[in-house]
Design a protein around this ligand. Structure first.
Ligand SMILES: Cc1ncc(COP(=O)(O)O)c(C=O)c1O
Length: 361
């Protein structure tokens, strides 16, 4: 068997043909920046996530940077970020001139709930990351942030479609950031991202910042940049949204099958709450002391896996910070992502399960 971790060329033919015909429509319309596809995307995401302002931009990293800039965070400020995340979360803090203060995660990779111990007079914000699609306990986090007068930027890059107490990931904090990188549950055919906010003033600032500070053409009110979304990516995302619910149901069903199959393996730690509504089943990350051996065993049987992520951010050269970060480091050393995507065939799922069970037998 050859079971890729994820192979986007496996998209169904019907989806491919809808994408092609939408591309033709954009090509014929001749509008490649802004336009009705971008407006439609804003409206759809606002409706699905119940977000007042949904502001598309070039990618998820830009979304985070735009959020920090809109909140006025910069030189001399500190921002609390989890030690285990994709590098962007810390990268943007450095890019705006502020300092990331790393805090350990819980065993599942979510910012540990005692993060407020890292608060100093310089702390301006905290960035909870809904890692692998599972949401941080947001009621509690918002209460603590309020107590310390901190801004909250939710890194919801991996959590499109997760809801806690019926409130979407990305709509709890001052600003929520989404990535539509192709591998995400809602992915473009290229780069794209989005900022969510419920506050008009912040929305206005982010719209200005991502478009050279222009409220209208050739009028520049502030120093900005170009982080507009491509019209064609907005159009592809509008098509992808048509299949989102269906694909989510497939993801959840695969996750459930894995959970049931691996429940008896005492050597494995399984993802918590992955079938619940506050997890979008983006990644199925198992943890085992024999991670590298298992990865190798599965590779020999043609099964692709991935590691999210092999190093914690404070161990990376540009961000070197001393600290224990025990749970985050544990995840980096023992976590393994199994194939979980709408293109996984039933027999492939069965083979992955048999192989994992065989390894531990
Ligand atoms: C947790 C997290 N933050 C930020 C990003 C950045 O998003 P993008 O790749 O669209 O810039 C990603 C996506 O890879 C992510 O997973």
């Amino acid at each position: 068997m050859n079971i890729p971790f994820l192979d986007l060329s496996r998209m169904e033919e019907s989806l491919k043909s809808r994408l092609k015909s939408r591309f033709s429509e954009v090509l014929e319309a001749g509008i490649f920046s802004g336009g009705k596809e971008v407006q439609a995307l804003e409206q759809s995401v606002s409706d699905i996530l119940k977000s007042k302002h949904s502001i598309p931009c070039a990618n998820g990293t830009d979304a985070l940077e735009l959020a920090l800039r809109a909140l006025g965070i910069g030189v001399g400020d500190e921002v609390i970020v989890p030690a285990m995340t994709w590098v962007s979360t810390a990268e943007v803090v450095v890019l705006v001139g502020a300092k990331p203060i790393f805090w350990d995660t819980d065993p599942q990779g979510l910012l540990r709930s005692d993060w407020e111990k890292a608060v100093t007079p310089k702390t301006k914000a905290v960035i909870p990351v809904h890692l692998y699609g599972k949401m941080v306990e947001m009621k509690l986090l918002m209460e603590k942030a309020k107590l310390h007068h901190l801004f909250v930027i939710e890194d919801s890059s991996q959590a499109f479609g997760s809801f806690q107490h019926t409130k979407a990931a990305g709509t709890w904090g001052d600003i929520g950031c989404l990535s539509f990188y192709p591998t995400k549950n809602l992915g473009a055919l290229g780069e794209a991202g989005m900022c969510l906010t419920q506050e008009g003033e912040l929305a206005k600032k982010m719209r200005l910042l991502l478009n050279h500070g222009q409220p209208i053409r050739d009028q520049h009110e502030t120093v900005g940049r170009n982080s507009r979304i491509d019209t064609v990516q907005a159009a592809f995302l509008n098509v992808m949204l048509e299949d989102f619910e269906k694909n989510q149901a497939i993801r959840k069903s695969i996750a459930k099958t894995y959970l049931e199959a691996f429940g008896g393996i005492s050597e494995l730690i399984l993802p918590e709450d992955i079938v619940g509504e506050d997890h979008n089943a983006h990644l199925f990350v198992i943890q085992t002391q024999r991670r590298d051996e298992l990865k190798q065993f599965l590779a020999e049987r043609g099964i692709g896996t991935a590691i999210h992520y092999p190093a914690i951010v404070p161990d990376l050269k540009p961000y070197l910070t001393k600290g224990d970060f025990q749970s985050a480091r544990n995840l980096a050393n023992h976590g393994l992502s199994l194939p979980l995507n709408p293109y996984l065939k039933v027999e492939e799922l069965g083979f992955v399960i048999d192989s994992v069970c065989k390894f531990f037998r």
